[in-house]
Design a protein around this ligand. Structure first.
Ligand code: PMP
Length: 435
């Protein structure tokens, strides 16, 4: 890592050797990596050319405490020097993983007191699906295997998570058409009722939903929606799995997004913000009732575990990250910023007729564009706007699945009002070009 390598060389190697995740392969091959990031501090990332960019997406909705936190580096270094890794299989365990699962129990809503640890979100979702099916097996209801999720949902890229993802292009990518996965319309309780009726409650293991949908274009649900979900799941003996992979750890202005709806899921998947992305970690939490059933009814071994389940160093970093979220009151900051986002984005909407809707919660927001024909000078499409914003120093993301055409913002939870105003100013001046 010491020899200085030119940017051109890096771009060539990137094309030849680095198969990028979730990317246009042609764009990578034709244009090359446009930004090779090298450093980060607070809400700002710097690339190889030393150009600064506001990370308006917390990278992948995950760098909640912002970039460049030395305390997290120190926590990792200390743990690596003491015990970088050891197994959690069978009767082995380690102190950081134990402390982390205890801390999570204190933070999580209701009696979600026990956690299975993974390395990320997709593994967490696959774990929840497998545990839900195993649960019904040990409860003597082996026919309950079906998983209901929602349109516009994103649950990850492991095979179970892909099958549960409502955004169809992700399923089509690898012909992910396993049986037993069904979709209800994303914000409609009637559609969920209908799906349960059609598929038969006696065959349904679980319903999985993001409290606020993220990758599908930021869709908060009404309060009644999840209260009804909880009632329906109770009534039909269906496990309710909350996918808090984006919404967990303060993103929506509470520790977990489901708290806005005052209900408790049976299982809760998390990842991303638990370490703010400094090391990979995720997991699934379960209620005491579920845990007790697993203890009392399971006859054999839990035949599900990742090498890195309960990784000591990742756990130590998660603990330190949670400490920062607490000490700096960042969940409250996200809550406070919600009103600022709402006010400033609505002002933008009044100014720019191409904005059809702004919506969000806490620190995750979408600006949706009107039908393309309404713009006069240049065609407004989200990817085009995102390119323009990038050229002005702001990173955000476009969502163009289904009929959606929006840009999404989810900055680190440390964002000040002044910084938010700067972001809004960049968007304002960019959208002016389209009027
Ligand atoms: N669920 C949700 C709601 C997500 O947003 C994501 C990732 N964006 C995942 C699951 C998958 O997580 P990972 O990319 O860590 O596997």
């Amino acid at each position: 890592m010491n020899r200085k390598i030119s940017e051109k060389q890096l771009i060539d190697w990137d094309k030849k050797h680095y198969f990028h995740p979730t990317s246009s392969i042609h764009q990578q091959q034709d244009a090359g990596a446009k930004h090779i990031f090298k450093s980060g501090k607070g809400i700002v990332l710097k690339n190889h050319k030393n150009e600064a960019y506001i990370d308006g997406m917390s990278s992948l909705w995950n760098v909640n405490v912002g970039h460049g936190r030395k305390a997290l580096g120190k926590a990792a270094e200390k743990q690596i020097q003491q015990l970088a890794f050891s197994s959690s299989f069978s009767t082995f365990s380690n102190e950081p993983a134990i402390r982390l699962t205890r801390k999570l129990a204190q933070l999580a809503p209701g009696d979600l007191n026990t956690t299975f640890l993974t390395s990320g979100g997709s593994e967490a979702v696959d774990t929840a699906i497998k545990l839900a099916r195993n649960y019904w097996l040990i409860k003597g209801k082996p026919a309950k295997t079906k998983i209901i999720s929602r349109t516009k949902s994103y649950h990850g890229v492991a095979i179970g998570a892909t099958n549960a993802t409502g955004l169809k292009p992700f399923r089509d990518f690898a012909s992910a058409v396993s049986p037993d996965f069904y979709f209800a319309d994303h914000l409609s309780i009637d559609s969920l009722k209908k799906t349960i009726q059609q598929e038969g409650a006696e065959q349904i293991a679980a319903f999985i939903a993001e409290p606020v949908q993220g990758a599908g274009g930021v869709h908060p649900a009404s309060k009644e929606y999840f209260q009804e979900v909880r009632n329906l799941c109770n009534k039909h003996d269906i496990l309710f799995i909350a996918d808090e992979i984006i919404t967990g750890f303060g993103r929506t202005g509470k520790w977990f997004g489901i708290e806005h709806y005052e209900v408790c899921p049976d299982m809760m998947c998390f990842a991303k913000g638990v370490t703010s992305g400094y090391l990979p970690l995720g997991g699934v939490m379960m209620t005491e009732a579920l845990h007790h059933d697993f203890i009392n009814l399971s006859s054999g071994t839990v035949l599900h575990g990742y090498t890195y389940s309960g990784h000591p160093t990742a756990s130590a970093v998660a603990l330190e990250n949670i400490k920062i979220l607490e000490q700096e009151d960042l969940i409250n900051n996200a809550q406070k910023r919600e009103a600022d986002f709402e006010q400033l984005l609505n002002r933008l909407k009044e100014k720019h007729p191409m904005i059809k809707e702004v919506r969000g919660k806490g620190m995750m927001w979408a600006i949706e564009f009107s039908d393309r024909t309404t713009s006069s000078k240049t065609e407004v499409t989200a990817p085009n706007v995102v390119e323009q914003l990038l050229s002005k120093g702001l990173i955000c993301r476009s969502v163009i699945f289904d009929e959606l055409d929006c840009i999404v913002l989810a900055p680190p939870l440390i964002l000040s009002k002044k910084q938010l105003k700067r972001i809004i100013k960049i968007i304002d001046s960019t959208l002016k070009n389209y009027n």
